[in-house]
Design a protein around this ligand. Structure first.
Ligand code: GLU
Length: 383
């Protein structure tokens, strides 16, 4: 999807692959600490409407700790890390159940995905996660994602679902990320302190001025803070994904985003990237400094690559280097010139065994059914 000057009012409606991040304060009642069923049902109705339009929807949800602490009788005080993790372990089941129940009303299948920071940072785990979420979307399910809070240690966790949602957006090349929380957008100053603060409707670059209005870590206004939201915007924009921050407390907060936009001015802030997701992703691939190996290809494969096709094992004449699945490698022509680079779908040992062979033979040779391509075109960028 192109974001350009011809579409002055961005809408959620025109997203193809949409991520909706739901903050704890929306989902969990602050007095009863129970899931707000009416709110969640309305959200599920909105999600169902998106799916009926043919949009792919991923939910990143918070609330495991908030729900679980009540259940374990841990309310009214600050929790130690292990208590939070215990609360998350209990609350997550209830969250998953609530999403499953509400989306089942629309005959939509829910899939729980729990991620750690390492799953998004390490390329192979990142690719695995992406393949799983892609598959779920292809099968029509709605992945409901949260951080795997029970195993994350303090140095190795996101801690906030704003950045987690942005990393997921990057991981699966989503085009739109909606952050619903109790903040309706980015203001020129802290609106609680400065009566002249005005909402910034659109951000096209994260300038030092924008960073400055977000405030200091920990001092950002509102639950979750603006700081993590700006950090999320940075990740999303770099991945070519647009992001919107909006207040989500009301019922049907997702569909309301479009309605109010159409009426001319939603209370929200859109962060608009300059590039499309694929371009940004391919830039990431192209920008690798260390390549772990090379594949030399024949002329047939070379011209197929030129036509935007994937690289199949049949066209590979030599494999050099020691690399793992998902590692960045170079594609060379017979003269040794780099013609492309991409992420290998196979480790070097397996790549050697299937080089020059037909895709249909892969399973027999390797004993498992891997990808049809040596490098999928989504993971490939021409030199
Ligand atoms: N993963 C946490 C939870 O589900 C929430 C993190 C956040 O609030 O952003 O409770």
């Amino acid at each position: 999807m192109m974001i350009d000057g011809n579409s002055p009012i961005p809408t959620v409606r025109d997203a193809k692959r949409l991520i909706v991040k739901i903050g704890s304060s929306l989902l969990v009642d602050s007095h009863s600490h129970k899931i707000r069923r009416d709110w969640l049902n309305a959200m599920a109705d909105d999600v169902a409407a998106c799916k009926a339009r043919g949009q792919e929807v991923v939910i990143v949800t918070s609330g495991a700790v908030a729900v679980g602490r009540e259940h374990l009788g841990l309310h009214g005080r600050r929790l130690r890390l292990e208590e939070k993790q215990a609360a998350a372990a209990t609350g997550q089941i209830q969250l998953a159940h609530a999403y499953q129940e509400t989306l089942a009303r629309h005959k939509i299948t829910v899939a729980q995905v729990l991620l750690t920071l390492g799953d998004t940072e390490m390329r192979r785990r990142h690719l695995n996660g992406r393949a799983t979420i892609d598959t779920l979307l292809r099968l029509g399910a709605v992945p409901v994602i949260n951080e795997n809070d029970t195993v994350g240690t303090s140095e190795l966790r996101f801690g906030d679902n704003d950045r987690l949602a942005a990393r997921v957006a990057q991981m699966i090349s989503a085009d739109t990320l909606v952050l619903l929380s109790d903040i309706d957008g980015l203001y020129t100053a802290d609106p609680r302190k400065d009566p002249d603060a005005t909402l910034i409707p659109e951000v096209r670059a994260l300038t030092p001025e924008i960073e400055a209005v977000a405030g200091e870590p920990g001092a950002g206004y509102g639950t979750g803070g603006m700081v993590t939201k700006i950090a999320a915007a940075r990740i999303a924009m770099a991945a070519g994904c647009r992001m919107v921050i909006a207040k989500g407390k009301r019922l049907h907060a997702l569909s309301a985003l479009d309605e109010t936009a159409a009426a001319g001015g939603a209370p929200c802030t859109w962060f608009l990237p300059s590039a499309e997701p694929l371009t940004a992703r391919k830039r990431w691939i192209a920008g690798h400094l260390n390549l772990s190996g090379t594949l030399t290809v024949d002329d047939g494969a070379l011209s197929a690559l030129g036509r935007g096709k994937s690289l199949l094992p049949a066209g590979v004449v030599a494999v050099d280097g020691d690399f793992s699945r998902g590692d960045p490698i170079a594609v060379l022509d017979r003269q040794g010139r780099e013609v492309a680079r991409g992420l290998s779908a196979y480790a070097s040992g397996d790549a050697r065994r299937i080089a020059g062979r037909r895709t249909a033979e892969i399973e027999t040779i390797l004993g498992y059914r891997g990808r049809d391509e040596m490098i999928h075109r989504d993971d490939l960028v021409l030199a």
